[in-house]
Design a protein around this ligand. Structure first.
Ligand code: NAD
Length: 509
């Protein structure tokens, strides 16, 4: 028997959290309705940013940038260190708000805040390591080097499913890089954004002297996002969301030569080879495919299984799919909370119909009705055995559907793996070194993330995050992703008294 949240309690709880975190009351009255997917109820109605408000906010952010870029990097890191401290103090509240607004189970709500803390720690170290190169020059008495400078206002557009972590992957780096940030969160999850902004304000107050507008919010839908995308004062826009969003945003940014960091949809696969450790694979697949109710960009959506393991694996996955607990994301033992809304549920059912029409055999996928919660959409995860990689398998449906296909030779498995338009995350389960290394090689997985013996979801912040093809090509978080938030200047200095020209060119006047 599944437990479901009680209607009528969430609005008050969310309001209490927002008050505790210091969100101003004025932000919490307006005409943008916010629903909790837990019960489907409207839990707040908040103020939206209009066109004039967006223009003004970007102007203030531009002013803030001009002041902030003059602060030394390690000092900028101190603000982010304080942000990490404030996030630690607010972890339980913000994590719970993620659960209330985005429907994540408790450990994932808290995990999302932990990810924010982790990236703050990372960025603090980075604030002392914004390093350029010294480069050999062909000219005598010359020195050549590169310098990394702050770039300006960074626009962040984020999706509902990581309502706060995506902001932190971008902004923790942007702040230490000397930039200001204007954030347009998903219109489905603005409360967690307001809470995050309030937490930032606490860190800024402790820091002292943070220029007004260093971090600002634009609340609203696509139109507000477009205002950010089209504003010439914003040289970098990091946009996370569907491929459809990226298709709209990418050309607009290109038209004004702005830098785009596009983090779009995935259609992530795992290959299960003959030598795979099936105990480990079952656990890895279950989390990656069913976790977060299939609403992660890195969710496992395609399973490509060697014929020798197919029956054994599927016969172990089916009971797991049948028994996994769906319901109140805060109840002990629940692994699958609600879908975000009715559109997500309808999209899932449409995809399952298409899969059946394309020869698929569906296990699970039905709605779990919860008494008194007509507007909440809980579903059983679906495992769909497919005869091949048909049209529907090539699309990302943002719901817990796992398509399972069989293969007989490794080349075919790799071809199936790469034979979709998206290129975000991938994995292989094998104990065969050759297969593992081929998967990671230039001729292997074409994704931005490729794993061995773990599933494709649940990345750590230390690596660069993002993917290829229709996933958009952007990279965020660790490694050298920080470079996208700065501009690089190559400097050549002549400390001699002659003027030798490069490439031996002579030009005597
Ligand atoms: P969405 O595309 O509906 O919305 C994402 C954001 O883009 C929202 O803030 C929305 O208001 C804004 N937006 C939409 N159209 C816009 C436009 N034309 N101009 C400016 N802004 C616009 O996505 P969603 O349903 O919130 O999130 C789910 C999608 O996000 C999935 O496809 C998922 O794979 C993807 N996602 C990708 C990553 C990644 O890092 N690659 C991470 C999380 C989610």
């Amino acid at each position: 028997m599944s437990a479901f949240p009680r209607p009528g309690t969430i609005a008050a709880e969310a309001r209490a959290i927002l008050d505790r975190l210091g969100v101003p009351a004025a932000a919490l009255s307006g005409d943008l309705p916010v629903r909790s997917p837990l019960t489907g109820e409207i839990i707040a109605s908040i103020a939206q940013t209009d066109a004039a408000g967006a223009t003004a906010a970007i102007g203030t952010a531009q002013e803030a940038f001009l002041a902030w870029r003059a602060i030394p990097g390690p000092r900028r890191g101190e603000l982010v260190r304080l942000m990490g401290e404030e996030l630690r103090a607010a972890k339980a509240d913000l994590g719970r708000l993620v659960t209330l607004e985005a429907g994540k189970i408790t450990s994932e709500g808290l995990g999302e805040v932990q990810e924010m803390i982790d990236i703050c720690d990372y960025a603090v170290g980075l604030s002392r390591q914004l390093q350029g190169l010294t480069i050999a020059t062909e000219r005598p008495d010359h020195r050549m080097m590169e310098t990394w400078h702050p770039i300006g206002v960074v626009g962040v557009i984020s999706a509902f499913n990581f309502p706060v972590a995506v902001w932190s992957w971008n902004s923790a780096l942007a702040f230490v890089c000397g930039d200001s940030v204007v954030w347009k969160p998903s219109e489905k999850t603005p409360l967690t954004a307001l809470a995050t902004q309030a937490i930032f304000e606490k860190a800024a107050a402790r820091f002292g002297g943070v220029p007004a507008g260093l971090s600002t919010l634009l609340i609203g839908g696509k139109e507000v996002g477009e205002a950010l995308v089209d504003d010439k004062r914003v040289p970098v826009v990091s946009a996370t969301g569907s491929t459809a969003m990226g298709r709209a945003v990418g050309p607009r940014l290109a038209a004004r030569f702005a830098r785009a960091i596009l983090e779009l949809g995935g259609n992530n696969a795992a290959i299960v080879c003959p030598t795979a450790d099936l105990d480990l694979a079952v656990r890895g697949i279950a989390f990656a495919a069913m976790g977060t109710a299939g609403q992660r960009c890195t969710t496992l959506r395609r399973l490509i299984v060697h014929e020798s393991n197919y029956d054994a694996l599927v016969s172990r996955l089916k009971p797991a799919y049948g028994s996994v607990k769906v319901g109140d994301p805060a109840a002990a033992g629940t692994l699958i909370g609600p879908l975000i809304d009715k559109a997500a549920f309808d999209g899932m059912q449409k995809a399952l119909e298409a899969a059946r029409a394309q020869g698929g055999s569906v296990t699970g996928g039905a709605r779990v009705e919860a008494e008194g919660l007509a507007e909440a959409y809980y579903v059983r995860p679906a495992l769909v055995e497919m005869p091949g990689q048909s049209e529907i398998v090539q699309h990302e449906t943002f719901a817990p559907i796992l398509y399972v296909m069989r293969y007989s030779d490794f080349d075919t498995a790799l071809a199936l793996h790469n034979g979709v338009p998206q290129g975000l995350s991938s994995s292989i389960f094998t104990n065969d070194l050759r297969e593992a290394e081929r998967f990671l090689s230039a001729a292997g997985s074409d994704c931005g993330i490729a794993n061995v013996n773990i599933g494709p979801s649940g990345a750590e912040i230390g690596g660069a995050f993002g993917g290829e093809k229709e996933t958009g090509g952007g990279r965020e978080a660790g490694s050298d992703s920080w470079k996208a938030y700065m501009r690089r200047a190559t400097n050549t200095i002549n400390y001699g008294s002659t003027l030798p020209l490069a490439q031996g060119v002579t030009f005597d006047v």
